[in-house]
Design a protein around this ligand. Structure first.
Ligand SMILES: [Zn+2]
Length: 539
């Protein structure tokens, strides 16, 4: 059963400056309200058909952005007037209406908004609003709203007053105090309201808050979702690692998909792809290696196995149970990704594709066909494109599924842990270049070698690059501070934020960073010690 379509809505957080910092206007909804009864909210409500009325749209001034559509801006201003009695309007000359005039117009609160604007010749200054949030109610609620949040500075002198119908109380309060009162259980705030207050509490003035919001490049959609698992039905939000996978595998929002990562239980991710987690959990493998079965799900569909995983009999048995396996593809040849290929080939005669193992890796991996960067693999019903991404391993390939733009990243991008770069086969310089290379691709979602599907791929790739460069900066700063140093001397300075038990692994990454800096010409190695190369022009 598909969830009901959320109704478009708009809400406006009005701010005013006080000696104790900016306050926000909050209204308490009546306990009888069908939605959020009793909760404290910003003025707002569902869009009305009239919010698209050409007579009102023609009176909007200064709206230069395409999203959200104009009706949301109108609804935010209209609801603020109807619910809170504060009118953000100006006259034909662009002058804000006075507090006296606004007070005299109070009788329009229960009438059509278009009548007010036309009869009084008023205009709506969209420039005064800043769009700050997009929140969609989780499925399963009696009512669902797709709400755009705005902030604005309250017009000078206008007094707020609740409408005594939908809202029974109003209060000007600092965001911090509202959050504290909610934490003490004195008032009820819903999730989206708390999130917006959490952002607003950081500013010293209303103007500063508005400038911050206006500078935001992108407002992310927060579409809470439901899924099933060991702890029963649960709600997930954008910050949760399961969020994007739930949306991808349950686009109809039925709430029937699962949120647990369970080895040995195949999970259908979409029409073409099913994931089977190998029973090899651990510090380096997370919940276990993700094996992906790619191709049509129908019984007679030809299938590919992507990263067959470790040579574990029970895992291989479950892969073979899918039947009709024609291809075996590997991202790379570490022990947790490729060793099962040999047994699956022996059982099915499938063609093995990938790049040969460097010395010291899975020597049983023998590709029938060596893939080069950019090569297309036709799997009948779907096609993959191989992208050479050295760094974690020199022979590492990512695969982009053309039909859905799902990118299989093996260990180049993982969910839930940091990729190990272990020289000499691991190469930090190549790794960063390979991450940059993926920024040029059109990717909808990342299917990693370990963990959940990863959404917002470009954002994640940029985050990974920034994370490594920040670590590199710590290496340089440590060398500046203590002069020529050994790996052991640098470790506690560069990895002061990771537990000591991880330091053995971190030492490998540190070596990788130093190798990159040496390749960049920034660091020189002499025996066990590394030193910064002084810039020649600096003298
Ligand atoms: Zn690996």
């Amino acid at each position: 059963m598909a969830a009901m379509v959320p109704r478009p809505a708009a809400t406006l957080a009005l701010l005013r400056d006080t000696s104790g910092g900016p306050q926000v206007l909050m209204l308490q909804r009546t306990q009888n309200a069908a939605f959020l009864g009793g909760a404290y909210v910003f003025a707002g409500g569902a869009l009305e058909a009239a919010d698209d009325d050409g007579r009102i749209v023609a009176r909007v001034r200064g709206l230069f952005v395409p999203t959200p559509p104009v009706a949301y801006w109108i609804a935010a201003i209209r609801e603020c007037f109807e619910e809170a009695g504060v009118l953000l309007a100006c006259d034909a000359q662009g002058q804000f209406i006075s507090a006296e005039r606004a007070a005299a117009l109070a009788h329009y609160r229960s009438r059509a908004f278009a009548e007010l604007l036309q009869e009084q010749d008023l205009y709506l200054p969209a420039t005064e609003l800043a769009y700050c949030g997009h929140w969609i109610t989780a499925p399963g609620r009696a009512r669902r709203f797709d709400t755009r949040f705005f902030v604005a500075v309250a017009p000078e002198g206008q007094l707020a007053s609740h409408d005594a119908a939908e809202t029974v109380h109003h209060v000007w309060i600092t965001p911090r105090e509202a959050l504290e009162r909610a934490a003490r259980g004195e008032i009820e705030l819903v999730h989206a309201t708390r999130e917006i207050l959490g952002e607003l509490k950081n500013f010293a003035s209303a103007g500063e808050a508005l400038r911050h919001v206006r500078a935001l490049k992108e407002i992310e959609e927060n579409r809470a979702c439901l899924a099933l698992g060991r702890e029963g039905e649960k709600v997930f939000r954008r910050v949760d690692p399961q969020y994007h996978e739930i949306h991808w595998s349950d686009p109809q929002e039925t709430g029937a998909t699962t949120y647990d990562l369970v080895a040995g239980e195949p999970k259908r991710l979409d029409r073409w792809v099913t994931r089977l987690i190998a029973p090899n959990p651990g510090m380096m493998t997370g919940p276990g290696t993700n094996t992906y079965i790619v191709g049509r799900s129908e019984a007679d569909g030809e299938r590919a196995v992507l990263d067959p995983g470790p040579d574990i009999a029970s895992h291989i048995e479950k892969i073979l149970a899918f039947g009709n396996i024609k291809w075996i593809l590997c991202t790379h040849t570490h022990q947790d990704h490729s060793p099962a290929a040999a047994a699956i080939k022996a059982a099915t005669g499938a063609q093995v594709l990938g790049r040969p193992a460097p010395a010291g890796q899975d020597a049983t991996f023998k590709p029938d066909f060596v893939l080069e960067n950019g090569q297309r693999v036709d799997l009948g019903s779907v096609a993959l494109r191989a992208i050479h991404t050295p760094g974690h391993a020199s022979n590492h390939l990512c695969y982009l599924l053309e039909q859905t733009k799902m990118l299989f990243t093996g260990d180049h991008v993982m969910q839930g842990s940091t990729v190990v770069i272990n020289p000499p086969d691991g190469d930090m310089r190549a790794y960063l270049q390979s991450l940059e290379k993926l920024l040029d691709e059109d990717i909808a979602i990342i299917a990693p070698g370990h963990g959940y599907l990863i959404g917002a791929p470009k954002k994640e790739l940029r985050r990974l690059i920034a994370h490594r460069l920040a670590r590199e900066e710590k290496v340089v700063n440590a060398l500046v501070k203590i002069g020529p140093a050994s790996i052991e001397e640098l470790l506690p300075l560069v990895y002061d934020d990771v537990p000591v038990r991880i330091h053995r692994v971190a030492a490998r990454s540190l070596t990788a960073h130093l190798d990159k800096l040496a390749a960049d010409g920034a660091v020189r190695a002499a025996g066990e010690r590394y030193s910064l190369v002084k810039s020649r022009t600096a003298g």
